[in-house]
Design a protein. Structure first.
Lengths: 394, 538
């Protein structure tokens, strides 16, 4: 195989040697062109590491764009729907962005690294869209996805373990804060962020130190029952926490093929992300118009009776289909049956009751279950340790 | 002032559950607890600084998810974390790893016997079939087969349906399963001693029977029918120890306005004109209520705190003859580090599961022989766990808490009461056994709490220290639990009920008896039912 041919194969992350050693089930998946584990040893136990001890996810394949220059803030404010000026230096903010029609393109996080210096992490690749939007702005945009190694360390003892590897005083870091520490002579950036709804951190470091970081974490973390986790366990945690996922809970506008399949932020429960006080951002006019004329859909969280996840279910009101489920799971920590749904307006106010038409298969036979469900005003999983500063020890 | 709608005696998990559902229905409820702390056998205590012991019950699986969700126990602080698999260490230095991942388990059984690895698939399907029969009835009141009431007839038909739907072979298998011994049952599937021994443990735990005693196959089912998040048969730890379950239940109860009164040792149920009127305490205090629910075992309820003269004679006789035999003890050990076992990497997830040292049915039966002879087993069957490998709050970092369930331990030693020397001997037989397989174990021991049936009975109030509040044999199950004619939670005195593990569906931290009894009480009071129905079980 030629070098050019080899380049088209799945890549491995800077942590691969360690990941491979721990991937006892040999259960690999692909994420942004990298091979990463779906599970390491037991999906259930990996999920519970996030909720009871600490789970470590190799985050390296995440799309990362460095945005810097005098117009960096102005550029981002034009790009995303929220007010970026409110994200202080050494703070992180969740953000979503739209096309001019107000259709949701993607969501991600903006790290304010220094004055005029930001990192945007996105689910979708955004090289082209960022380049187009940069026209007229004095900014430099650099795709640094392959240049930074990253791990998410999530769970009740995550702060304790990171403190042991040298993150002195980390417990004082507030949610969405950024702190920097020395790790074997290079800078290790730690943000109190994650995709699990739990106390947790993300660690960003030069790839040359990736293996050493892993070894330190698992060496010092062993007595605290640290465990590696794969994408399946993360999936369980993010549903329980009520977090949306692009391509699952909405179709990114850029890749939507069929008419009517996109949603605006207002229709997907992200109205709190849209700041109409900003004079101009992509999609503002369209979103304002929709706000005035009325929404087509509403995003809701449903508490579903019984224990069968309402995956891919239709949502019915008086026997008529008024919505669909995009994500659903039995939530192991809160012991509830949660579903994310998009319902037609005017349905979906908190307390509204519907029926989920659930199909499940046992020994080849499909069973249809009509499960009553109710709109709730937030995810049931909402532990205080997620918000507490100083962060608790366990 | 001391007047309530209902009084529940005993703040174990069933008493708290029962009270929570009564309070949820709007009743003014008080739970009276003899000890200064709640929980009964569902308790965590810090007996050595920094280490938390689940002193009695130590794992959770049977706790009904319908109840956990309905009473919002997670919001009240309960988190159940599953553990993966377990292992049996063998005398020849090898081990059998009971991996939870099916492919790994298959390869592990194959390492011992390829034929057994294949037979395991048949075993799994057959036991799953039996599990499916019983699971839908856990949150139901057992129908009375002698009753002609419409409700009983309807329930009987429902109960009989799956049996009627079975083919002849299935029916024969079922009858056999419910009556045979776990040893004989396993012999029909497996040829390898250690694999039989690994699976036989669940057939004898908490039971004063041996692996070859008829009826023990059902006990196996009792340990298989629970689940953690729908994984039937899976077991888990309550984060912070089993006391977390009682604590969450008590918070739920209090959220509905229920009261818990500790240090309240009930002496007598007050009966006037054939009706309960309340209870009197040993200290002379009285509490009044028209409904009195006992969470004590059937013997204590009917022979200790009820005046025999208030009861029909047949009930007194049945209570006297109720089988509730002490068969087990427990060691809770604070360890200075992780014990090493030959052939098992300390990082193997099996270390966080249930560990055993009995590698043949023969050894297990010999352990039972000691019990029959009136002494503790010299080569006991251990169900050993290290919960601090799953839950970092049980012991300081790098240190460990070990829970060792021990079988067999008789209620009396050669016919006399246990002495402290007996207790030391019992402890020694356990520690000696573990030390044979773990060279560093003995040196790691910082503190050890040893509980023989004597201590369990004295502290928790379980007659003879029987962990299930009565044997789980067919003569004491379903409409026979605690005894025929009284299986629907009502006692012969009007206003008096039982909600303990001595009633259907029996022992283990299930909370189903407490909930089922609440449903019957609310029905008698013509109040709306607050107890949830079962999840569809497939």
């Amino acid at each position: 195989m030629s070098a050019a041919e080899r380049k088209t194969m799945l890549l491995t992350t800077p942590f691969h040697s360690r990941v491979e050693q721990n991937c006892e089930l040999n259960d690999w998946g692909a994420w942004q062109g990298y091979t990463t584990p779906n599970s390491y040893f037991d999906v259930e136990l990996e999920y519970f590491a996030i909720r009871s001890t600490a789970g470590v996810l190799d985050l390296s394949p995440m799309n990362k764009y460095r945005i810097s220059g005098p117009d960096a803030e102005a550029f981002l404010n034009r790009l995303v729907t929220r007010d970026v000026s409110k994200i202080g230096v050494n703070r992180v903010g969740y953000a979503v962005w739209c096309n001019d029609a107000g259709e949701l393109m993607d969501d991600g996080t903006i790290f304010h690294l220094a004055e005029n210096d930001y990192r945007l992490c996105s689910y979708m690749r955004a090289d082209e869209w960022l380049e187009w939007n940069a026209l007229g702005f004095d900014v430099t945009i650099n795709n640094e996805s392959d240049d930074i190694a990253a791990l998410a360390i999530q769970g009740p003892v995550s702060c304790t373990i990171l403190t042991l590897i040298g993150c002195e005083g980390l417990n004082e870091l507030k949610p969405f804060g950024i702190a920097r520490f020395d790790f074997e002579g290079v800078e290790m950036m730690v943000s109190r962020t994650g995709f699990t709804g739990d106390l947790g951190y993300e660690v960003w470091i030069d790839p040359s130190k990736a293996e050493a970081l892993w070894d330190q974490l698992f060496g010092k973390g062993r007595d605290y029952l640290i465990k590696p986790i794969g994408s399946h366990a993360l999936h369980m945690a993010r549903i329980e926490a009520g977090f949306l996922q692009a391509k699952v809970d909405f179709v990114p506008a850029e890749i939507a093929v069929r008419p009517g399949r996109t949603r605006t932020p207002l229709e997907i429960g992200l109205d709190w992300q849209v700041d109409f006080n900003k004079p101009l951002f992509n999609g503002r006019a369209a979103l304002l118009k929709q706000k005035e004329e009325g929404l087509r859909y509403r995003f809701v969280l449903l508490d579903v009776e019984g224990n069968k996840p309402a995956e891919h279910s239709f949502i019915l009101k008086n026997g008529k289909q008024i919505g669909i489920v995009t994500s659903a799971a039995w939530c192991p920590t809160v012991k509830s049956n949660l579903a994310f749904a998009q319902v037609e307006m005017p349905h979906g106010a908190v307390g509204d009751e519907f029926v989920a038409e659930i199909y499940y298969q046992r020994e080849l036979q499909w069973t249809r279950l009509m499960a009553p469900c109710k709109v709730i005003d937030g995810p049931l999983f909402n532990p205080s340790r997620k918000r507490q500063t100083p962060a608790p020890a366990h | 002032m001391n007047k309530y709608d209902a009084i529940v005696i005993g703040a174990g998990h069933n008493g708290l559950t029962n009270a929570a559902y009564l309070a949820k229905a709007g009743l003014k409820v008080a739970v009276l607890e003899r000890n200064p702390h709640i929980g009964g056998a569902t308790v965590s205590r810090e007996l050595y600084e920094g280490w938390y012991y689940s002193n009695c019950s130590y794992v959770s699986s049977l706790l009904r998810p319908e109840i956990t969700r309905d009473l919002e126990l997670p919001r009240h602080g309960l988190q159940v974390v599953p553990f993966g698999g377990g292992a049996t260490f063998m005398q020849n230095g090898d081990h059998f790893g009971n991996y939870s991942d099916y492919a790994r388990k298959y390869r592990e059984i194959s390492r011992h016997s390829k034929r057994d690895a294949n037979a395991y698939e048949r075993y799994k399907a057959d036991t799953s079939r039996q599990t499916r029969l019983i699971r839908p009835f856990l949150l139901k009141t057992p129908p009375d087969p002698t009753s002609l009431k419409l409700r009983d007839l309807k329930d009987l038909v429902e109960f009989a349906k799956p049996f009627i739907n079975m083919d002849e072979e299935g029916l024969l298998d079922t009858i056999k399963f419910w009556t045979t011994s776990v040893g004989d049952y396993l012999n029909e599937y497996f040829e390898t001693d250690v694999i039989k021994a690994q699976h036989a443990g669940s057939g004898i735990i908490g039971t004063a029977l041996g692996v070859y005693s008829p009826g023990t196959a059902y006990v196996l089912l009792h340990h298989y029918m629970g689940d953690v998040d729908g994984n039937v048969g899976a077991w888990g730890f309550a984060r912070g120890g089993m006391g977390a379950i009682a604590n969450a239940l008590s918070k739920s109860l209090q959220s509905f306005g229920g009261e818990i009164i500790c240090d309240a040792n009930v002496d007598r149920i007050i009966v006037k004109g054939g009706r309960t009127k309340g209870v009197s305490l040993k200290n002379g205090d009285e509490y009044f209520a028209d409904i009195v629910v006992s969470n004590l075992d059937p013997k204590r309820t009917l022979l200790d705190i009820t005046d025999e003269r208030d009861l029909p004679k047949d009930v007194v006789q049945k209570a006297k003859n109720f089988k509730i035999r002490g068969s087990s003890g427990k060691l809770n050990i604070a360890l200075d580090g992780l014990p090493m076992f030959d052939g098992l990497d300390p990082k193997n997830p099996l270390m966080a599961g249930d560990l055993h040292f009995s590698d043949s049915l023969e050894r297990m039966e010999r352990a039972y022989d000691d019990w029959k002879a009136g002494t503790w087993s010299k080569d006991p069957y251990l169900d050993m766990m290290i919960p601090s490998l799953t839950d970092p709050t049980m012991a300081p970092p790098g240190k460990h808490m070990m829970s060792v369930f021990v079988q067999y331990a008789p209620p009396k030693v050669e016919g006399r009461e246990w002495t402290d020397e007996d207790k030391d001997g019992f402890e020694k037989s356990v520690i000696d056994q573990i030390s044979k397989y773990s060279p560093n174990f003995r040196d790691l021991i910082l503190h050890c709490e040893t509980r023989t049936p004597r201590e369990i009975e004295a502290e928790v109030g379980l007659t003879e220290g029987n962990i299930f509040q009565g044997e789980l044999t067919f003569d004491q199950l379903l409409f026979n639990r605690p005894f025929p004619g009284y299986a629907q939670y009502r006692m012969p005195i009007k206003g008096m009920y039982m909600c303990s593990s001595g009633t259907h569906p029996g022992g283990g931290v299930m909370a189903a008896p407490g909930a089922n009894a609440a449903r019957e009480i609310l029905c008698d009071l013509k109040r709306p039912n607050t107890v949830p129905g079962s999840y569809a079980d497939d």
